[in-house]
Design a protein around this ligand. Structure first.
Ligand code: NGQ
Ligand code: ZN
Length: 466
């Protein structure tokens, strides 16, 4: 336990509890970093820390931390045919240069920025397993342990998802530039066991398993991987992000990716299907009914030109979803949700799309509450609600930072999602520790200094990623 985790008594004028917005909420947490009581309609006590608004923070259910080091560096057109795949070539050139210390420095900076943006849990979809020359590290978990170390420095909750990666594409051997990603189910099972053993009693660290994609892992690989890890572990997979993957999958496996996965694998509420952009109606409804979470990454999907997730059909069928910051080109909870909603409005030429058909209510509240629920399920961690027994995470906002004075209840989330550029967060509590106060992270100067050093070295021998 961190020495800075202390008992907390917080009194919020308004707070978003599991059953909705409540007034005069007293939240108490213990020295282990868990809420012991959360009660509405109370009186403040002298020892309470008074705040206007308390929100449960959002998980980012999908992140590749190292990609933060190329934010803004791939927005120059190098070729008239630039696409997801040419971006991926640039990303591989960056990946080739990342060693454990560089990764630690980049990830720590990213996690400070995430906490300041209102994320207190991040699921790291991690596939840089081997050294830059493609040889395994002496310590197989070297790279994921560097990422976890970064999370601990920043004080963010971490779901580490080491990813199985064996093929360049359906049935094709890895390309030389993918040598770092090479991993077998046995190797990953060892890494996951090591991580869970080291962090068994740490409420800020848990693990799951990732399958990079149906392009990179065969049915047999996936079955073997699932056999080797605990049955309750989260399982994440990239799927159907680009039409090329759908076409290649139909050519190789005779079915579309999501249909194939739902037919062949035990997809249930352990699973998170990241992107799932290109689904037909049948796949959309089946995924919604499976209990799995769709890991939608609206900002990155827009940035990479992926397409639109079939959101309306999916929520109509009861589908669960969360949001991921993915490439980490921009960290902004409000903008992720806004981008998702505005995409639907632009396609349908209608307004207020997110809610299931026939339902009325606040779009901001629906998007925020559902993404929080789905993200928490996908991370498999012990938080996500302002309620007794949950990990003590919250963020505080001042009423004076909303778009209009005097906002109450659901209109607060409508204001935050649609009328503020970013969530105007002042303080963030994660696992009972105040990691952000008045907009400043407790270690932001030290972590930024290390980040600047790492980035300077990383980019010193290249003027671009081309
Ligand atoms: C990734 N990112 O693993 O970082 C992927 C690109 C791939 C996104 N899909 C690589 N957004 O899918 O092959
Ligand atoms: Zn990804």
């Amino acid at each position: 336990m961190s020495p800075s985790v202390q008992t907390q008594n917080i009194f919020a004028g308004q707070a978003l509890l599991p059953d909705g917005w409540r007034d005069n909420v007293r939240l108490c947490s213990d020295a282990h970093g868990f809420f012991t009581s959360v009660e509405a309609d109370r009186q403040p006590r002298p020892e309470d820390r008074r705040v206007d608004i308390a929100l449960p923070p959002m998980p980012s259910l999908h992140s590749h931390a190292f990609q933060r080091a190329m934010a803004g560096l791939t927005e120059t057109r190098l070729n008239p045919t630039d696409s997801f795949w040419s971006w991926r070539g640039q990303m591989y050139r960056l990946a080739a240069a990342i060693d454990p210390d560089t990764l630690r420095a980049i990830a720590a900076q990213l996690y400070v920025e995430m906490l300041k943006a209102g994320y207190t849990q991040v699921a790291e979809f991690h596939y840089l397993h081997c050294a830059p020359d493609g040889r395994p590290y002496a310590q197989p978990a070297e790279m994921p342990l560097a990422v976890i170390d970064a999370a601990q420095q920043a004080g963010i909750g971490m779901t580490m998802l080491p990813a199985l990666y064996r093929h360049a594409g359906f049935g094709r051997p890895l390309a030389p530039e993918q040598g770092r990603f090479a991993s077998s189910p046995e190797f990953l099972a060892r890494v996951i066991t090591d991580i869970t053993a080291r962090h068994a009693s740490n409420p800020l660290v848990n693990a799951g398993v990732a399958l990079h994609s149906l392009r990179a892992a065969s049915g047999d690989d996936i079955r073997e991987m699932l056999r080797l890890v605990p049955e309750d572990m989260p399982v994440h997979i990239h799927i159907a992000e680009q039409m090329k993957e759908v076409e290649d999958c139909v050519a190789f496996l005779g079915r579309r990716p999501v249909a194939w996965l739902l037919d062949e694998m035990p997809v249930d509420d352990r699973w998170c299907l990241v992107h799932a952009t290109h689904m037909d109606h049948d796949e959309t409804v089946r995924l919604a009914r499976s209990g799995a979470v769709a890991g939608i990454c609206p900002i990155t999907e827009a940035n990479l030109g992926d397409g639109f997730f079939p959101f309306s059909d999916y929520v109509d069928a009861g589908g669960r979803f969360g949001i991921g910051s993915d490439s980490n080109v921009l960290l902004n909870v409000a903008e992720e949700l806004r981008t998702l909603e505005y995409g639907q409005r632009l396609i349908s030429q209608k307004r207020c799309r997110a809610l299931p058909s026939g339902q009325t209510g606040s779009v901001g509240n629906y998007l925020y509450s559902q993404a929080l629920r789905g993200g928490t399920q996908a991370c498999g961690h012990n938080g996500g609600m302002l309620a007794a027994g949950q990990r003590a995470d919250l963020c505080t906002l001042s009423g004076s930072n909303l778009s209009l004075p005097g906002l109450r209840g659901d209109t607060i989330l409508d204001s935050l999602v649609f009328a503020r550029a970013t969530l105007p967060i002042s303080d963030v509590l994660c696992g009972g520790q105040w990691v952000v106060r008045d907009g400043h992270h407790m270690h932001e100067e030290r972590i930024a200094t290390e980040f600047h050093k790492a980035i300077t070295t990383l980019h010193s021998d290249r003027s671009s990623l081309s």
